[in-house]
Design a protein around this ligand. Structure first.
Ligand code: 2HA
Ligand code: ZN
Length: 270
């Protein structure tokens, strides 16, 4: 068996959580990530017949039966992942009925997966239904996106258009725009179902007054998506109280669509 701490997925997960903490997106135990793993790759590092513990998922996701995920732990701090990956992270396999998570590695202090496990797993199922390449669901609390939800309309078209107007490349990075959920109680199956529904037509879903969910094919892409939206929100928060003298127009955005071969979400541009 190879050393799991040297597995590319583990190294990348440790780097990503460390980087997100450094960005200030994951104070205390804020934020969580789940990464879908290849069974064949996991078998290079773990005896997958050896289940350490069975943890009830608290919901049912049969679409994900038999799938393996590397996930951050509940109550764990992103800043500590690099120093004790086996305490702060875990690898689980969902049983065929999608109702139980079998722990194969990690959570070595007796811990378990993130409190947002329902939102993560339901979002994986939703993303995989529209994009078989999707492997990552990432949640965090970036300050400017959060701030924006206190002072900006939560209408998805308006919220998206404002972000697109803040940096030339936003419409290129997330042409499908962002979805927005009103405040809901976190950690519940209800917010999980609502998030998953939103994830069907966009890789970014803002949780008003809380944070953001991102999805993508790898950790880099997903991090970059949130990073780009957060940068746009930062610019908005710098200028929102000032008279706007110049702006990106819909005509400019149509030029970007053409130049970069993307299409903004239907109806979001005039
Ligand atoms: O505690 O961010 O939404 C982790 C969270 C919950
Ligand atoms: Zn959160």
């Amino acid at each position: 068996m190879k050393n799991i701490l040297e597995a590319p997925f583990m190294v990348e997960m440790i780097r990503t959580t460390t980087n997100m903490y450094a960005h200030g997106w994951d104070e205390r135990n804020g934020g969580n990530i789940s990464l879908l793993l290849d069974e064949a790759e996991v078998k290079e590092y773990l005896d997958t017949d050896h289940v350490i513990r069975a943890i009830p998922a608290g919901f049912s996701a049969p679409e994900l039966g038999g799938k393996y995920f590397l996930v951050t732990g509940t109550g764990k701090y992103f800043k500590n992942v690099q120093y004790a990956p086996d305490v702060n992270l875990g690898i689980v396999r969902l049983t065929e009925d999608g109702e139980t998570a079998e722990l194969l590695w990690g959570f070595s202090d007796g811990g378990k997966f993130t409190s947002e496990f329902p939102a993560h797993m339901m979002s994986h199922a939703a993303r995989l239904s529209v994009d078989p390449e999707n492997r990552v669901v990432m949640h965090c609390h970036p300050a400017n996106l959060l701030a924006m939800t206190y002072v900006h309309s939560l209408d998805e078209r308006e919220f998206t258009r404002t972000l697109w107007q803040m940096c030339t490349e936003c419409i290129v990075v997330f042409p499908e725009g962002v979805n927005v959920l009103p405040w809901m109680l976190c950690g519940t199956n209800e917010i999980g179902e609502a998030t998953a529904e939103k994830m069907k037509n966009a890789r970014l879903t803002v949780w008003a007054l809380h944070g953001i969910y991102g999805a993508g094919k790898d950790l880099d892409e997903t991090f970059g998506l949130i990073e780009t939206a957060e940068k746009a929100a930062e610019i908005y928060m710098k200028i929102a109280h000032l008279p706007r003298v110049n702006t990106l127009t819909d005509d400019m955005m149509h030029q970007l669509e053409e130049r970069f071969g993307v299409k903004g979400r239907e109806g979001f541009l005039d």
